[in-house]
Design a binder for this molecule. Structure first.
Ligand SMILES: C[S@@+](CC[C@H](N)C(=O)[O-])C[C@H]1O[C@@H](n2cnc3c(N)ncnc32)[C@H](O)[C@@H]1O
Length: 224
């Protein structure tokens, strides 16, 4: 596969090679893992988070979108040029859903038994953990929340979450960029959850597998 640099488009693939790739990545996608972006103001960040979600094998993206910047319809979302461009077409391959408010999004997550954690460079709420010390396999269904570029994560999201996760910071600046932090956090979370999925079966036949599944693709297969 040709590498893609900023501003470039994904090289077009034939239908059979798209199908082949879709089948090859399926076992590596982290089931029941949703990244939530709360009230993002920059479409480039939304696109980059979708790209990170797709690349790292996270199942879905929810966007709390009080400004109504995104269409409700998924098909329209996939065809939105600004999202397609900034996500390097990842929006075409990722499930993205918008919500009017933080509470609407939590209501849907909780109805479906999802636990949530928020992310922030700051100490928020009662339980605060470093990214590298967290166990992100504890709950079968997990939503990981990222906050607004200026305001960060809202008090309401902190209140309705189990914990606040921080990437340790060693520089003079307060925080990482929203999209960058999504890449770092989701790398750790998907790595842990893929490891877990590889060892344990889900559904009615729950239990430990006799042989763990691979957690990374063969290098040659992953280039196709
Ligand atoms: C640019 S930051 C927001 C900065 C804002 N002033 C604040 O108080 O959080 C945007 C989002 O990126 C994520 N983020 C940035 N740096 C982070 C860090 N060190 N640890 C965890 N999340 C971080 C959080 O989700 C944050 O809400």
């Amino acid at each position: 596969m040709m590498p893609v640099v900023a501003g470039e488009e994904e090289p077009k693939k034939s239908k059979p090679s798209v199908r082949k790739r879709a089948d090859a990545i399926k076992p590596y996608i982290c089931k029941n893992l949703i990244a939530v972006i709360e009230a993002p103001s920059d479409i480039k960040n939304i696109g980059t988070v979708i790209r990170n979600v797709n690349a790292l094998g996270c199942e879905k993206v929810y966007v709390v979108d009080p400004r109504n910047a995104l269409p409700d319809d998924w098909q329209e979302m996939r065809e939105k040029p600004s999202l397609s461009k900034t996500s390097v077409s990842a929006v075409k391959w990722s499930f993205v859903k918008r919500f009017d408010s933080t509470d609407d999004c939590f209501n849907q997550l909780e109805e479906n038994n999802f636990h949530s954690v928020v992310t922030s460079p700051h100490v928020k709420g009662e339980t605060n953990i470093w990214l590298h010390e967290g166990d992100f396999t504890e709950h079968t269904k997990l939503a990981v929340w990222f906050g607004n570029e200026k305001r960060g994560i809202s008090e309401r999201a902190v209140e309705r979450s189990d914990a606040c996760v921080a990437i340790p910071m060693f520089g003079m600046i307060e925080s990482l960029n929203l999209a960058t932090s999504s890449g770092i956090v989701l790398y750790e979370v998907t790595k842990q959850r893929r490891g877990y999925q590889s060892k344990y079966k889900k559904g009615r036949k729950r239990g430990k597998r006799t042989e763990p599944l691979p957690t990374v693709m063969d290098r040659e297969e992953s280039q196709q």
